[in-house]
Design a binder for this molecule. Structure first.
Ligand code: MG
Ligand code: MG
Length: 286
């Protein structure tokens, strides 16, 4: 999903709306993740998310998104070697699969965009490490979203964290500005050089989304003209939060509310709380 509408700085009032959109998107994503079990179809996960979007009168940001043909669902659901843009359908999850779910919600005209990867039941040690490293790459990316830093600092932090664990970042798809449009400037690739790129300013809102492959970094689009998979069939993982640059540091927008959603944010290594503390992992720190 590409395209850009320029960099748009958000006011505090607009950031408050984006926080509401982000929370609803987090609730939808959480519902989808909680529906993950052996035997569930990818459409079941999508429907769990749609029910939450409906409950909160949020519009699905992905539905109808322009491509080879309009995107036909509210979420993308990817299994194992599928990296992004998988169309939910009648395929069933199996014990040991990795499943990535990406969702977008429009609330009061603003988009929340976030994604998570989880295992189905027991997964291999390699799959578990891939999830942890990708989550950690998002966390270090968020931490780099500070005033005076540049987009290249964020990109480099993500790339270094991934490559320190001998995994690869995708080249063809990037993080992106997010706001009234799902894809605004700047693009923030998952690779880059520190000290380059656009300087981060207060009110910038960027969806950071490390997309990581256990094998070679090349991807290909499948016959359905949406689903993107690893060329070598290797496992992939994808985590995303929409994040604002504020005078007090980075603010993850697509998180649950610590009061309204008390207790739920602790699940999945703190992902739904925006990673308040480092996730456990065996690899080197970026
Ligand atoms: Mg997304
Ligand atoms: Mg995105």
């Amino acid at each position: 999903m590409k395209g850009s509408r320029g960099v748009v700085l958000k006011s505090n009032r607009e950031l408050a709306i984006m926080r509401r959109a982000g929370r609803i998107n987090a609730l939808a994503l959480l519902a989808a993740v909680e529906a993950v079990r052996p035997g569930a179809t990818t459409a079941d996960l999508n429907e769990a998310a749609v029910a939450v979007l409906r409950e909160y009168d949020a519009e699905p940001a992905f539905l109808g998104y322009p491509g080879a043909y309009p995107y036909p669902a509210a979420t993308t659901v990817c299994i194992n070697q599928e990296l992004v843009h998988g169309i939910p359908g009648n395929r069933r999850l199996q014990e040991g699969d990795l499943v990535s779910i990406d969702c977008g919600a429009i609330v009061e005209g603003f988009v929340g965009d976030s994604a998570i990867t989880v295992g189905v039941g027991e997964i291999s040690a390699e799959a578990e490490r891939l999830i942890q490293v990708t989550a950690e790459a998002l966390r270090v990316g968020i931490e780099a979203m500070r005033l005076g830093h540049r987009t290249g600092d964020v990109s480099a932090a993500i790339q270094q964290r991934v490559e320190a664990s001998k995994f690869n970042v995708v080249r063809e798809y990037t993080g992106h500005g997010v706001g009234r449009a799902m894809h605004e400037d700047p693009q923030v690739p998952n690779y880059g050089r520190a000290g380059t790129g656009m300087t981060l300013r207060v009110g910038m809102t960027i969806a950071l989304e490390p997309m990581v492959l256990a094998g070679r970094p090349e991807t290909q689009v499948q016959e359905d003209q949406w689903t993107v998979s690893s060329v070598d069939g290797s496992l992939t993982a994808h985590f995303e939060h929409s994040v604002a640059v504020t005078p007090n540091g980075p603010l993850a927008l697509t998180t649950l509310d610590p009061v309204l959603d008390a207790g739920l944010g602790d699940r999945y290594n703190g992902y739904f709380a925006g990673f308040p503390k480092p996730v456990k992992d065996q690899g080197a720190r970026g």
